[in-house]
Design a protein around this ligand. Structure first.
Ligand code: HEC
Ligand code: HEC
Length: 284
């Protein structure tokens, strides 16, 4: 399955020999604060038949030190931004003089929400990501300005909402009115982009466990977002990650918040159905 599926251009990226362990994932167990057990491996959803048997969190592909940082909130730099978001949650903004807390009480009232987004919104007639939903609350209910997609405020709040869903299984709906968006996301996932002619699947489905340059390829799951990356020392949103991955194929790319990335988020989230919400996570 390794080299024959890749184009000559991909070979230029110097994919090195596959590691010996099947899938290249370790067998460690992720427990956060000695308390929250995270399901980091699960049987793949039926829609992945013929593509993947098992889905795995990117946590399994990181080195021990990076893994350890995620196992304790005091060592996880992403949690600093969760604290910032708690202040935002309690601060009134906009013409209505309301805070998130005024309508939603404690952030813990959002437990389970991260796990089912992106989600179809009947009234709006669209699939909404969590950031789109937060902005709908800001613009329609608070009279406040929308946050720029994947900006600090938006990502911090997304991290807060993820943190209260940790240990709950991702379960996004892909049927019914969401099906059309899901199909669009799937198409993007399997499209080869850029001078290197690589699709998401070429790297994250056919080559996870292998090394690309010095980086250990994971399945590119998003159950653990937002991720605090040691590389840029901040929380990173999934759309920004998608953008970076497509740019690495030397392609023009879509923007965070674009309909293409919303669709791709739904599709990639559905590839992780069964894995637990894990964000904010730590990655290199
Ligand atoms: C004036 C009241 C009000 C304020 C203020 C408000 N919201 Fe909401 N929010 C709602 C209502 C009502 C819903 C349910 C709407 C729906 O389901 O379409 C909702 C839904 C949501 C959801 C989706 C929940 C789900 O189960 O799908 C999220 C996430 C959310 N709000 C986040 C926020 C955040 C973050 C803030 C602050 C930036 C905020 N809201 C401020 C009223 C508010
Ligand atoms: C040339 C190979 C390549 C392609 C093509 C590629 N990626 Fe990646 N991607 C990487 C590498 C390398 C990393 C960092 C190591 C890892 O987690 O796999 C990464 C990381 C990710 C992560 C972070 C996973 C985590 O646990 O933090 C996501 C999500 C992701 N990619 C999604 C995508 C999507 C969606 C596409 C298609 C639009 C894509 N990637 C295309 C190489 C690629």
């Amino acid at each position: 399955m390794i080299f024959k599926t890749l184009t000559a251009a991909a070979a230029m990226l110097a994919l090195t020999a596959p590691v010996l362990v099947a899938g290249g994932a370790d067998d460690d167990t992720l427990v956060i604060n000695g308390d929250i057990e995270i399901t980091t491996k699960a049987a793949a959803a039926p829609h992945l038949d013929g593509h993947l048997d098992e889905v795995m969190s990117g946590w399994h592909f990181r080195d021990d030190d990076t893994q350890a940082m995620e196992m304790d909130d005091f060592d996880n730099p992403g949690m600093i931004f969760v604290d910032v978001a708690i202040d935002t949650w309690n601060t009134a903004e906009g013409s209505e003089g309301k805070s998130c807390a005024d309508c939603h009480n404690e952030p813990e009232s959002m437990a389970g929400v991260r796990a089912v987004y992106p989600k179809w919104n009947e009234e709006a007639g669209e699939v909404r990501t969590l950031q789109m939903q937060m902005n709908a609350c800001r613009t329609e209910r608070m009279g406040a300005e929308a946050w720029k997609y994947d900006s600090g405020d938006a990502i911090n709040m997304e991290a807060l909402l993820a943190s209260v869903s940790r240990g709950m299984p991702v379960n996004v709906a892909i049927d019914g009115p969401a099906a059309e968006t899901w199909e669009k996301g799937k198409e993007i996932y399997y499209t080869r982009y850029g001078m290197l002619e690589l699709s998401c699947a070429n790297c994250h489905e056919q080559n996870y466990g292998n090394y690309i340059r010095a980086d250990h390829l994971s399945q590119g799951q998003i159950n653990a977002f937002p991720t605090y990356r040691l590389k840029n020392a901040k929380l990173n949103g999934m759309h920004s990650r998608f953008k970076g991955c497509i740019r690495d194929t030397r392609a023009e790319t879509f923007s965070p918040g674009s309909p293409e990335f919303v669709a791709l988020e739904l599709y990639v989230a559905s590839r992780g159905n069964g894995l637990d919400v894990e964000g904010p996570s730590v990655r290199n």
